[in-house]
Design a protein around this ligand. Structure first.
Ligand code: HEC
Length: 118
């Protein structure tokens, strides 16, 4: 359920914004548009990845892109083990292209982490 809810949420948000929601919100469905994958992330990590819904969920906004990409690849291959994130990466079937795009997107967002990069 922890897995399904953000995906459903993401799908709902995609519909509201007029984007196409690929065949249902099944966690097993492949080929979700990038925007839906991105919306799934923000369901937990907050708008632009800057305001996580839980204090223990990390801020992604302003994080180094290579750090984000590295973490996502580690979750994907099980080198970094976290049931919540591992399930996300699997359910969304993140490709290398998705990972690089998500990393660049969140790295470009503003948070207090952005200031630390300067
Ligand atoms: C169901 C909630 C949830 C969703 C959805 C989610 N995450 Fe996470 N994310 C977490 C939690 C919890 C952690 C902390 C896990 C850990 O300690 O390893 C985390 C950790 C991360 C990290 C590591 C950050 C760090 O500072 O080490 C990255 C990168 C990340 N998530 C990216 C994403 C991306 C990109 C998406 C969308 C494809 C996404 N997450 C979707 C809950 C979520």
């Amino acid at each position: 359920m922890t897995l399904l809810r953000p995906l459903l949420l993401a799908c709902g948000m995609a519909l509201v914004s007029g984007a196409v929601c690929a065949e249902g919100a099944s966690p097993a469905s492949d080929g979700l548009p990038f925007e839906s994958k991105l919306a799934a992330c923000t369901a937990c990590h907050g708008e632009n990845g800057a305001k996580p819904i839980m204090p223990e969920y990390p801020i992604l906004a302003g994080q180094h892109a290579d750090y984000i990409a590295h973490a996502l690849r580690d979750y994907r291959m099980g080198r970094r083990n976290n049931p919540i994130m591992g399930a996300q990466v699997q359910a969304l079937k993140l490709t290398d292209a998705d990972i690089d795009r998500l990393a660049a997107h969140f790295a470009a967002q503003i948070s207090h982490l952005s200031a630390l990069k300067r």
